[in-house]
Design a protein around this ligand. Structure first.
Ligand SMILES: [Zn+2]
Length: 221
């Protein structure tokens, strides 16, 4: 399983020296937390297989590992003195896919960019909300949109939404935003950004497909 601390900008950023995971694992957890198994509530039977039957004495859950990793992170953390305005004046909109390490793939450093991620990297109203704040309140000018090969949304249809409504008795207010044409969806996303009345800067909007097998970006015109 990929480490949450390893592989980030190795040897490149003074802000992220690589950390020793054995040290991470040796650290303790805040004692008053709930255990992951106690916190798990299997209310939905819908689309996910039940995985809550693990014994209570399991190894620490992933969120506990986050807490431990964070303590190790903070030991070496240095405040770069940056404010909230991204240094490179750029916002990246990308899929939430776990295989996209945007900082490494794009040569970004801490403080360089805003990153907005969702399922598919699609431009929804909420994406526009974040982009608007990014540009108007925090000074960004450029926007890079990144979809990728093998996206989970490629296999979905709007039936997902209908089945969900049947199961839970409530119609989701959001669209699934599934797509079959990857390049076409990047173009659609660029178009949504470029035509938004809320954004100050739409002259430097570029869209890409990231290949999860080669690590290369392919620009969509
Ligand atoms: Zn994806």
């Amino acid at each position: 399983m990929p480490s949450i601390t390893a592989g980030r900008s190795e040897g490149r950023s003074p802000h992220h020296p690589r950390r020793n995971r054995t040290n991470v694992g040796a650290m303790t957890v805040t004692p008053d937390r709930h255990t992951p198994t106690a916190a798990a509530s299997a209310t939905s039977t819908a689309s996910a297989p039940a995985e809550d039957a693990r014994p209570a004495q399991d190894a620490p859950g992933i969120i506990d590992r986050f807490v431990n990793a964070n303590r190790a992170y903070a030991v070496d953390f240095r405040d770069g003195g940056m404010d909230a305005r991204p240094v490179q004046k750029v916002t990246v909109v990308a899929c939430m896919d776990a295989r996209l390490d945007l900082f490494a793939a794009l040569g970004l450093e801490l403080g360089d960019a805003h990153v907005i991620r969702n399922a598919g990297g699609v431009v929804t109203d909420d994406t526009i909300r974040s982009l608007t704040i990014s540009q108007r309140a925090l000074g960004t000018r450029s926007i890079a949109l990144i979809h990728h090969t093998g996206c989970g949304l490629l296999g979905l249809t709007e039936d997902f939404r209908h089945e969900l409504e049947l199961e839970v008795g409530q119609r989701p207010q959001w669209a699934v935003e599934s797509f079959v044409d990857l390049d076409g969806d990047v173009r659609q996303s660029m178009q949504r950004v470029r035509t938004s009345p809320f954004l100050l800067h739409t002259d430097d909007v570029r869209g890409f497909v990231f290949d999860v097998h080669t690590g290369l970006l392919r620009e969509i015109q």
